[in-house]
Design a protein around this ligand. Structure first.
Ligand code: SAM
Length: 258
């Protein structure tokens, strides 16, 4: 029976063969790797991946789709029928680092990307299809309009690269927005800093992003015992400050608390 796309699960199924192949080629999976697909849906990408590797792990919330996937792939697919936001990915990666892939449900993409930071030490890489606007935010450098909290937070821990754009017609039903594929590699030498400390600092900096930092972040930091005068021009705005400077400030904030 044909599956009717469920809006609440952000279901837009990829149907353009060339896009599916382009994603699978970008991932370029090899037998023996621990490949974990988030939201396999009707298996467009799953199928392309399983032509390259013997087995795959997948996490799907939709019970009907999970049943279909089990019937279709049997032992070749280790299927976890669950909300990915509630899955302990660390338990999956007992022996090997995971390669995370997926055409993500756009309604949960930002909280999911933030949650995945908790597992960054057990991830080899991540390839995700997201709303193009979110990919722009993830890869933007300081000084760009799209530069903001999500981009700084993710760039602190990953090297990020926008790979290619995907138009709405590549999906059924087509989403109302353009999409893009992003690659994220955990940094070799990530900051020794818990993401929530950096998040808190970024909320203080970008909360009023058009204001100069001398009226927002600098007093906020001073009240917490951190002198940032040498690192930040008082007339700068949140979007002018590079990722490394935010990381340094968050590290100082953290050491004040220890
Ligand atoms: N990968 C398929 C494709 O490319 O055609 C489907 C992509 S569709 C945009 C998102 C998929 O994620 C759907 O299969 C949906 O049921 C699943 N999904 C949505 N929310 C989820 C969640 N919280 N946890 C796991 N899977 C979820």
């Amino acid at each position: 029976m044909a599956h009717v796309a469920r809006k609440r699960f952000g279901q837009h199924f990829l149907c353009d063969r060339s896009v599916i192949e382009a994603i699978a080629s970008a991932i370029d999976p090899k037998p023996g790797e621990l490949l974990v697909e988030i939201g396999p849906g009707l298996a467009a990408l799953t199928d392309a991946l399983l032509r390259r590797v013997p087995t795959l792990t997948a996490i799907e919330i939709d019970r009907d789709l999970a049943a279909r996937l089990r019937r279709r792939y049997g032992d070749r697919l280790e299927l976890i029928e669950a909300d990915v936001l509630a899955v302990d990915l660390r338990a999956l990666a007992a022996q090997r680092r995971m390669r995370l892939v997926g055409n993500l449900p756009y309604n949960i993409s930002s909280p999911l990307l933030v949650r995945l930071l908790d597992f960054r030490d057990c991830v080899a890489d991540q390839h995700f299809m997201l709303q193009k606007e979110v990919v722009d935010r993830i890869v933007s450098a300081h000084g760009c309009a799209a530069y903001g909290r999500l981009g700084v937070l993710l760039q602190a821990y990953y090297e990020v690269e926008a790979l290619f754009d995907v138009p709405p017609e590549a999906f059924d039903p087509p989403p109302r927005v353009d999409s893009a594929v992003v690659r994220m590699l955990p940094r070799q030498q990530p900051p020794e800093l818990e993401p929530p400390v950096l998040s808190e600092l970024l909320a203080a900096a970008f909360g009023k992003r058009r204001k100069m930092l001398r009226g927002t972040l600098l007093p906020w930091l001073a009240a917490r015992g951190v002198d940032a005068q040498t690192l930040i021009e008082p007339t700068a705005r949140a979007e002018d400050v590079p990722v490394e400077v935010y990381v340094e400030l968050a590290s100082r904030l953290r050491s004040q608390r220890l």
